[in-house]
Design a protein around this ligand. Structure first.
Ligand SMILES: NC(=O)c1ccc[n+]([C@@H]2O[C@H](COP(=O)([O-])OP(=O)(O)OC[C@H]3O[C@@H](n4cnc5c(N)ncnc54)[C@H](OP(=O)(O)O)[C@@H]3O)[C@@H](O)[C@H]2O)c1
Length: 327
């Protein structure tokens, strides 16, 4: 039987790299990567972009492992359509602030005869969040992600929607602002585990035209998660607990930037009584063999270095001081 080809867009980002690496390891699909031509607009979810040299090294490594790299102007359907010929599944891992880059890609997929489009989601269940009462920058983004799913459906392409809950590394800067009372279970997926679970979801027949809300790393409460962090660090983790009113007030005072975006997520998760329980654990039912990275390892290898990086970037931009005064 000929193997299906999975093509990854936004491949050199956090979710993208882990997705391509897992596709290679899994050996179920032929793997292709769309490389955006040098000089195209560069964005990143955490504001820290990658250099051309870093990407080139990554492409060379993947080429050695049998991946086909196709370099395209990602804004041009004329270039995207031939590059997508032969692709069965397109996985998009574009950053949060480049959601709109997927429009030409969807059209090109339709024209190239691609079977399924997996849009860059990997957070809340935006289908619900788009209707949440408080208007924030995150709800604007949620509305666009929900709309993109409609666009995919309009083209007649199959889709797989993958909400992945909270990436713990984004919410661990101390004092940690817990969303709610910290007792309700939520889905946690570190960025690398998000990328790693995508090929497993795609290989499962139940993922066709489905919303598959996963907890790729852990399904536990904030308090349970912070307990593990305290064990790893060998000390108490400084934290406070905010309900929806406090999140809304903090968001209203915060100037635009990364902290404002994170506060908008706090608003989204506490804005309705059902907000916290909307994340699912699809993988527990459908992918029992998938093992998330143990939380101890996630904290040591991913969360703590990420928190230090974010802290340094926020201090450099002056944003951290603004956040401290808004508490
Ligand atoms: N729930 C959460 O807590 C949470 C946290 C973080 C992210 N997310 C979600 O996860 C998804 C993936 O985010 P990520 O953090 O993995 O992304 P990321 O690491 O920021 O992605 C960066 C990569 O995106 C590509 N890219 C850069 N600028 C672009 C542009 N203008 N147009 C298209 N592609 C561009 C580049 O790869 P190439 O040059 O190889 O194309 C770049 O290396 C997003 O949808 C985001 O909303 C969720």
């Amino acid at each position: 039987m000929t193997r299906k080809t999975v093509t990854v867009f936004g491949a050199t980002g956090t979710a993208g790299i882990a997705c391509v690496d897992e596709l290679i390891r899994q050996k179920l699909f032929d793997v292709c990567v769309l490389a955006r031509k040098p000089g195209q607009q560069e964005k990143a979810s955490n504001g820290m972009t990658h250099s051309e040299a870093t990407k080139r090294k990554q492409y060379d490594e993947w080429t050695r492992q049998g991946v086909t790299i196709k370099t395209v102007d990602a804004t041009s359907v004329e270039e995207l359509i031939p590059a997508l010929a032969g692709t069965s599944y397109l996985v998009s891992c574009v950053p949060i602030n480049a959601t709109e880059s997927q429009y030409p890609l969807i059209w090109a997929c339709k024209e190239a005869g691609v079977e399924r489009f997996v849009p860059s989601e990997f957070g809340a269940i935006y289908e619900f969040e788009q209707y949440w009462p408080t208007n924030t920058s995150h709800r604007v983004m949620a509305r666009q992600k929900a709309y993109i799913r409609r666009v995919i459906e309009t083209t007649g392409l199959d889709f797989t929607i993958i909400p992945a809950g909270l990436w713990p590394e984004y919410y661990m800067l101390e004092p940690v602002a817990v969303m709610g009372d910290g007792n309700e279970k939520v889905a946690w997926s570190s960025g690398p585990d998000v990328g790693r679970i995508i090929p497993h979801i795609l290989a499962h027949p139940a993922s066709r035209n489905a919303i598959c809300p996963v907890a790729a790393t852990a399904y536990c409460s904030w308090n349970e998660l912070l307990e593990v962090r305290e064990r790893v660090l060998g000390r108490k983790v400084d934290r406070y607990y905010w309900g929806s009113e406090q999140w809304r007030a903090a968001y209203a005072k915060q100037p635009p930037g990364i902290i404002s975006l994170l506060m908008a997520i706090g608003v989204a998760l506490t804005d309705t009584p059902a907000g916290m329980s909307l994340f699912g654990n699809w993988n527990k039912t459908f992918l029992p063999e998938f093992k998330g990275t143990p939380l101890e390892v996630v904290f040591r290898d991913r969360v703590e270095p990420f928190v230090e990086g974010i802290r340094a970037a926020l201090v450099a931009s002056g944003e951290l001081a603004a956040a401290t005064t808004s508490k």
